[in-house]
Design a protein around this ligand. Structure first.
Ligand code: CMC
Length: 387
């Protein structure tokens, strides 16, 4: 029996598929105005943070609620830097992962494995909270970079203490110190992906947090949720889609056919935004900066043509490019393999997940929604021979 959208159960509130419009928590971390295309973290616009801040400063803001003083930021950066290395046991475990496995699966397994190494569930101890925040922010990038080298048959390289967060990640990935402009743009990408209110992976993080399990399980469950193509996995699919379209003159016919067959256009649409995602606007500018410096990418022209063609066809339904539409083009120009796009999203979003973990603990009640039962009842059990 199908249950219609908003069918009221016999008692209780109306059912909303995908929980659309259902508030599931109070939160002071991030606000989205989907009609104006405005995104703020703790009251600061994401554009201001990209222009003025660094990813680690933004992570501090998200998690602790205020911008750090210079001394607080120095201490936080230092702590994160001190915890970047991962145990040889984790590296050895990663060496046994299949090299053709997806890096998101490798990340989910390695994030969960941190729980084996660090003491569990001292959730009422502020030092434990700080330690977990620092470790997760510090080690997730190291684990993403380690799997990239391991699957190529190489040993992971150690983090460089003299490099800031974003530059160090690119260094661990490519074994080359990155161009400062590339590192700055990558850091901006991390800021743009750091938080986005109660999206699927953050909801998953809060549900897991509400059971009072350890923070490594919280982040591991969120990584698994982010991996899907309707969520973080879309950034990888955008490039595949652009490559499949192939050339600008094919855009309109491809799009008409895709819409007619009810295919989702990857990198378009958002539950919250009914205009172009403000992060897509900024990412597009960052992509153009990169192209000016390092050379043009013809896929960008194709992407812009697709955006134009989609404006008349999908715009009236409030479907515009989201964050994933231009991020892949930026990462591609930075020389990052396509299947690392979503793990990079996870590196950034770890800041948001941790902010929500901490907020959830501050006013916790376990999540346990209800359901509308649609199955059979009152059936008589039938012996095996009689079925
Ligand atoms: N292409 C074509 N039509 C679309 C698209 C799209 N990308 N997105 C939504 N629609 C249509 C959909 O077919 C439906 O039409 P109708 O009412 O005629 O049946 C209507 O818009 C509502 O769609 P929905 O799937 O019910 O909307 P939702 O709020 O449940 O889903 C979404 C939001 C992001 C999952 C969806 O827009 C989508 O699948 N987009 C493509 C995947 C993507 O780019 N995901 C990244 C999201 S942003 C980053 C992140 O959160 O990770």
């Amino acid at each position: 029996m199908a249950v219609d959208s908003l069918t009221p159960p016999v008692e209780g509130p109306a059912f909303s598929p995908g929980l659309e419009g259902v508030p599931a928590t109070h939160s002071a971390i991030c606000d989205i105005d989907g009609r104006q295309g405005l995104l703020t973290y703790r009251g600061y616009t994401v554009g201001d943070l990209v222009g003025q801040s660094s990813f680690l400063e933004t992570a501090y803001l998200l998690i602790w609620g205020e911008l750090p003083t210079a001394a607080e930021l120095r201490a936080f950066e230092h702590e994160v830097q001190m915890h970047r290395r991962v145990s040889f046991r984790i590296r050895d475990m990663m060496k046994s992962f299949p090299s053709q496995g997806h890096p998101m699966d490798a990340l989910q397994a390695s994030a969960a494995s941190l729980g084996l190494f660090y003491s569990r569930r001292a959730l009422d101890n502020p030092e434990y909270i700080v330690g977990a925040v620092v470790r997760l922010l510090a080690k997730i990038p190291t684990m993403v970079a380690a799997f990239q080298l391991i699957r190529k048959g190489q040993d992971p390289i150690q983090p460089r203490d003299d490099l800031p967060y974003a530059a160090n990640f690119l260094y661990m990935l490519t074994e080359r110190e990155p161009d400062p402009m590339a590192a700055r743009i990558f850091d901006a990408c991390l800021i743009l992906h750091a938080e986005h209110s109660l999206n699927a992976s953050t909801f998953s993080a809060r549900v897991t947090a509400s059971t009072l399990t350890d923070p490594y399980a919280v982040v591991a469950s969120a990584v698994g949720t982010l991996a899907g193509p309707l969520h973080g996995g879309a950034n990888e699919d955008v490039l595949t889609m652009l490559e499949e379209i192939g050339s600008e003159d094919r855009v309109e016919a491809w799009l008409d056919q895709a819409i007619a067959s009810k295919q989702k256009i990857m990198g378009f649409g958002h539950r919250e935004y009914k205009v172009k995602d403000p992060r897509a606007v900024i990412l597009q500018k960052l992509a153009e900066e990169l192209f000016d410096r390092f050379g043009h990418d013809p896929l960008y022209d194709l992407a812009r043509r697709l955006e134009q063609a989609a404006a008349t066809r999908l715009g009236p339904k409030g479907i515009y490019p989201n964050v994933d539409f231009y991020s892949g083009l930026v990462y591609r120009k930075l020389g990052i393999p396509e299947d690392l796009f979503t793990p990079i999203f996870a590196i950034a979003r770890t800041a948001g997940w941790l902010a929500h973990w901490k907020e959830q603990l501050g006013a916790n009640r376990i999540y346990r929604p209800s359901q509308i039962y649609t199955g059979a009842s009152g059936r008589d059990w039938m012996p095996l021979q009689a079925r």
